[in-house]
Design a protein around this ligand. Sequence first.
Ligand code: AMP
Ligand code: MG
Length: 341
Amino acid sequence: MMKTKIFHSEKDNIETLIAYAANILRQGGLVVFPTETVYGIGANALNPDAAHNIYQVKGRPSDNPLIVHVANEKDVSKYAQTITDDAMKLMEAFWPGPLTIVFNKQPIIPEAITGGLDTVAIRMPSHPIAKALIQEANVPVCAPSANISGTPSSTIFKHVHDDLNGKVDVIIDGGQSTVGLESTVLDMTTDTPVILRPGAITKSMIETIIKRDVIDTTVHITDDTIPKAPGMKYRHYAPEGDVTLLKGTHKNMITFITQQDQSIGVIGSNELCAQLSDYHTYPLGPKDDPELIARNVFLALRTMDEHNIRTIYVEAFENKELGQAIMNRLLKASNHTIIEV
Ligand code: AMP
Ligand code: MG
């Protein structure tokens, strides 16, 4: 165990905390910081030993590559070869923000962070603390989600603190992540761009900018599908409790749930949860507010664990646009266990 320095962005002086954390990054330490997607655990991406510590702390398989975070577009050409016109357009449209682009890597990027691949995934986050930290550190920051590998990502300080206090040098509390789901990962190294992970920047948003089709490999992944992106084959986002998705009308969900024991937990829209006052529920937001539902979904899964709930039923949402990213995480968290009610 090490002593972890904790900062709260609401109370502490921002310049002081950024200077402290940036210095730790430059020296090869680990800093947990807020981003708009989920909290990240960051290290200097040019320092293979520092990056190695991320894998150790998270228990992350070494072939699951890390995303490199930059503070401005100009830095991309230092780490990526061949930035196509389409990649430029996407960066202009969606950066800073929740879109990660996969490029062919420059030799300066160590294979320790790309899982041995000759490509590198790069993103520019919009969260002011993330931006200021990367800017001040003056190094690219590789940062996967700040959770133990396989469990739901953390979107609030308490959850990163629970998992990582004593294991990293610094944790910065920056409030709740506003997007709540990890970034969209888009591979731009192939003739036709490929979505490797869905997120808040959706297929149609990308196609509108580059005016051509992209392939989405993330729909209908079953156990025997060969993983297209490194990391896709592993257990993901799963809380301690068993997750089952419920598909159907609210009326039928309520009939099903009210036949279950009261020790179960239910995660769903406000409209569903409002009708289940005898049960432990976590309302995510109104059914027609996918942004709010996305923001709360990991928080809800982790909260069920905090209440020691062993059986968790989750309302299945419409599998389109942002709903597709939400369902991607829920399908994995449930190991594709769905009951049609
Ligand atoms: P995390 O940071 O935990 O959200 O995980 C990073 C995600 O980015 C994983 O799904 C990786 O598979 C993906 N990723 C990172 N680098 C690459 C790369 N070079 N090629 C393809 N996918 C990547
Ligand atoms: Mg992750």
